[in-house]
Ligand binder design. Structure first.
Ligand code: KIV
Length: 266
């Protein structure tokens, strides 16, 4: 299989073929997931919770991210590697440039930043400098202390309108992908239909162009014991991890995951 690029993902969106993404933090899982057909490996700052045992993603540093990106790169076959800029890594434009450069030089093909329309300049300036950007909207875990918890976003019409406007202005600024976390399924559908770039959902219903889950969640591993509503355990009934990864890819591709019970209403 050739290397998966942004053009590959764009053509999957145009064809209506669902895009598969999973978080990934090391070489062995990068090999297994990319060989199982996962198209995007997200080196997410969720590693702060699932690998490091913190109760939020805030303690994760850019150096932590670069270490895991380099590990994923060594195991990856053809997947596109997307890396999170962690908490405060784009507090200023200069920090955004330096931290993105560190992740791209470690092996990322694209970076993801959490926020809203105020990120438009950052997105535009990174894209102009050769860094494709995915914008993470909706429930943005790095702002959990402002949001008052890990809550569904965009349920009120004013919030939904704001999210639709944020998605449009960030796409116009040059965002090459949008990730929507924990928003009502109908809102995710509206944003996906309007967007020209791929939209990936987690807890955002079935209409997005693709899906992502945290690797440990979909393998049935949980440190906290709390399993979010949008998670499905793909290890259940499977003989091994490779089969679980392939089951996830098939379920996303044939639209059977996420089912209505994994989504949220307004
Ligand atoms: O860090 C992460 O794993 C993420 C996913 C929850 C989308 O951003």
């Amino acid at each position: 299989m050739p290397q998966i690029s942004l053009s590959t993902l764009q053509s999957l969106k145009l064809k209506g073929e669902k895009i598969t993404m999973l978080t990934c933090y090391d070489a062995t899982f990068a090999r297994a997931a990319s060989e199982s057909g996962v198209e995007i490996l997200l080196v997410g700052d969720s590693l702060g919770m699932v690998l490091q045992g913190h109760d939020s993603t805030l303690p994760v540093t850019n150096a932590d991210m670069a270490y895991h990106v380099a590990s994923v790169k060594r195991g990856n076959r053809e997947a596109l590697i997307l890396a999170d800029l962690p908490f405060m890594a784009c507090a200023t434009l200069e920090q955004s440039f330096a931290n993105s450069a560190q992740l791209m030089q470690a092996g990322a093909h694209m970076v993801k930043i959490e926020g809203a329309a105020w990120l438009a300049d950052t997105v535009r300036l990174l894209a102009e400098r050769g860094v494709p950007v995915c914008v993470h909207l909706g429930l943005t875990p790095q702002t959990v202390n402002v949001l008052g918890g890990y809550k569904v976003q965009g349920r009120l019409e004013a919030q939904a309108q704001q999210l639709r406007a944020d998605a449009i202005s960030l796409e116009q600024a040059g965002a090459a992908m949008i990730l929507l976390e924990c928003v009502p399924s109908e809102l995710a559908e509206q944003i996906t239909k309007r967007a020209k770039v791929p939209v990936i959902g987690i807890g955002a219903g079935n209409a997005a162009d693709g899906q992502v889950l945290v690797l440990h969640d979909m393998l049935g591993l949980s440190l906290s014991g709390h399993v979010p509503r949008f998670v499905k355990n793909f290890m259940a009934g499977q003989p091994d991890i490779h089969s679980a990864l392939r089951a996830y890819v098939s379920a996303v591709k044939d639209h059977s995951f996420p089912a209505p019970e994994h989504g949220f209403n307004a």
